[in-house]
Ligand binder design. Sequence first.
Ligand code: ATP
Ligand code: MG
Length: 441
Amino acid sequence: MRLSRYYMPLMRETPAEAQIVSHRLMLRAGLIRQMSAGIYAWLPLGKRVLAKIEQIVREEQNRAGAVEVLMPTIQSADLWRESGRYDAYGAEMLRIKDRHDREMLYGPTNEEMITDIFRSTVKSYRQLPLNLYHIQWKFRDEVRPRFGIMRGREFLMKDAYSFDLSAEDARKSYRKMFIAYLRTFARMGLKSVPMRADTGPIGGDLSHEFIILAETGESQVFCHRDLIEMPVPGEDFDFDGDTESVVNQRTSLYAATEEMHNAEAFAALPDDKQVSARGIEVGHIFYFGTKYSKAMGAKVAGPDGTDVTVEMGSYGVGVSRLMGAIIEANHDENGIIWPDSVAPFDVGLIDLKPGDPVTGELCARIYRDLTQAKLDVLYDDTEERTGAKFASMDLIGVPWQIIVGPKGATKGVVEIKNRRTGERAEMTPEAAIARFAAKDM
Ligand code: ATP
Ligand code: MG
């Protein structure tokens, strides 16, 4: 992408309305723009990162055996009357009437809708276990939308729903999602800690929140220090094999959100293992048994022919919130530092003397070769001052920069810079191209 033809509205000043660093940087780097309280437009850079996050979530759901669908944002109130949640949900639900005066709503979550789909299409235990998910916008009329997209009113969520014949099978489905979540967040460079959580209005008896420790987190959390650095199962993990030992290794150590905190049990940990910190909730999983399937008549014929009400769980990831969490964990005084896996571009290519045929020709060649090697390159070919170019590239946080100046170009060298470490190295353009094309960074 040539910057001269791109749309990347940066802000030089620090926006006064933003209280936390991720919100400030998202506005300054031109990732989002507020349209109403808690409602944001996603600008090109933000849209790119959102797509990367979404794709990692999708790949890990698929790997764990979940199947993707897409349900609508607008739902009928009647479905929610069946579960009893139409009245219970309260003011957070955005209620709408269509032209025929029918009551509709903008979905805050999809337990009812997926249960309706399930009951009308799945009839036999042979079709189980089944886990269906989608990645869709939600609306919750939060009392206090704040911190930008961290607590928005409209936000992107991945929500999965599992259906099983028995409580034991349902716990297995729960463990698969538990492990999928560990992998998902780790691939984004985040250390997540699963913590025992309150089930709240969704109901049920087993629930974990996945928490990223960060000073600006909204909730107070408590955990055993060993949970923070515990290694995460690799790509070859067998989701149909032993999931229990991975989950138990974690759940046997103390970790709880404030609502579930047991001060006595926490105080019993060795002093150097007690972590009391702020946390950002990026995922929340629930096993709630037959709460919805019973109310809505979701049954299958069991092996002996008699009807069995299915056991369910639901599993949410805050896809848009994750962008804020990633920035909270990856920035410095100059701006964002994206982990490679979610960066909007792989490489920023800076022409320090646009209009000069030597630097121009060299940049064009590097740009062409890297693009051919399937790298996403942001090519700053604008007339901006050198200082402003460096500041912009640092602010938007592209992991690698290739800097092409007139002196070097004449000598036949370019400079590469690692955004995270600040390390710089001079090399021939061929060496730089080979290094990035081999993804050997
Ligand atoms: P919270 O306790 O933060 O209000 P919740 O328990 O209501 O969240 P869930 O219903 O479990 O949230 O939603 C699944 C995930 O969606 C959460 O873990 C969170 O990452 C994300 N999420 C929830 N509400 C919002 C919001 N208002 N803005 C952005 N993301 C959200
Ligand atoms: Mg929650």
